[in-house]
Design a protein around this ligand. Sequence first.
Ligand code: SF4
Length: 354
Amino acid sequence: MAIQCAHCKSYACRAGRIDAAPESCPMQRGTFPGFEELYSSEERRRMAYEAARIEAEGYCRWTRIREVLEFARRMGYTRLGIAHCADTAKLAARAAEYLSGEGIDTRVPPRSECCDPREQADFLSRSATDLNLICGMSIAHEAIFIRESDAPVTTLVARDARLGHNPVAALYTSNSYYRSALFERDRGGEKKGLEGSGNELLERIALEVQEAAGNDWCRVVEAMEVARRLGATHIGVTFCVGFRNEADRLVRVLEANGFRVTSACCKTGAVPKEQLGIQDSEKVSPGQPEMICNPIAQAELLNREDVEITLLLGQCVGHDTATMANLDSPAACLVVKDRVMAHNTAAALERPDD
Ligand code: SF4
């Protein structure tokens, strides 16, 4: 039975109720990836721990870029790289300005390299960055950059030139303004089956998509086009439980466009935060049972199902990093979470005179 957390009716994992999970739940299978095994390395555990503390401390108060700053400080990352697209160079410069002002050594690839994700990854490797941020890249370029980056990666801005870098707007209006763009598209014939997912193919697809659409496609449509041109029929979705409504909409859109989808919620595994060493006072809601976000299990579940491309939806800083690092398939972030800016992370970097 397919793993489809996005259509779950109970979200029993969130309350730690494995017994109340639906029959199709991955937790009902005897082979669910074990917490101790997945988080056996010191770095993986620390990343999960710090990401959980940042979520609680900054909940609905810190913008995404502030969360990135906190994550870097707590992980001991002193040098950050910022990859970007030509048309998000100004946002990348603003992010660098903010982080530099907070004492972080920040490296931005030169403009001459900004359309080549491999060159950007190479530049940042030579700069010996500890963490790389993606500040607005196309889906295919982002997938290449994530694969090529030596340092761990988190996303700051999900590029969507059509929607002002606020891609979640397409999901919020999927039953109104964006209905025809998302549900009534020409699907370009039958799915072909995966042709490969190497960097050269992704490069070619990035160019094709840019030529075909310019800035007319929103990021959700762009993601489907990249998947279709890869020949992918099976898409993976990892999502934050706070994005469950958006995940349900996204999966319905993908299914309506003929894709098979496997989706994994962050609370899968129902592991109490105490098991990660989180104190009660460090929870989002002290005094309540809270489960950890389980980004490596999300990746592992999708790997086991052999998804062909993965889209990340609204995962926290650090949780997205861990998912990206453990996925077998090419991946890109579809929506970056920012509870303060209604998920428009770019808005925090823009100025009135822009
Ligand atoms: S792991 Fe997925 S299917 Fe199971 S309870 Fe949680 S959301 Fe539902």
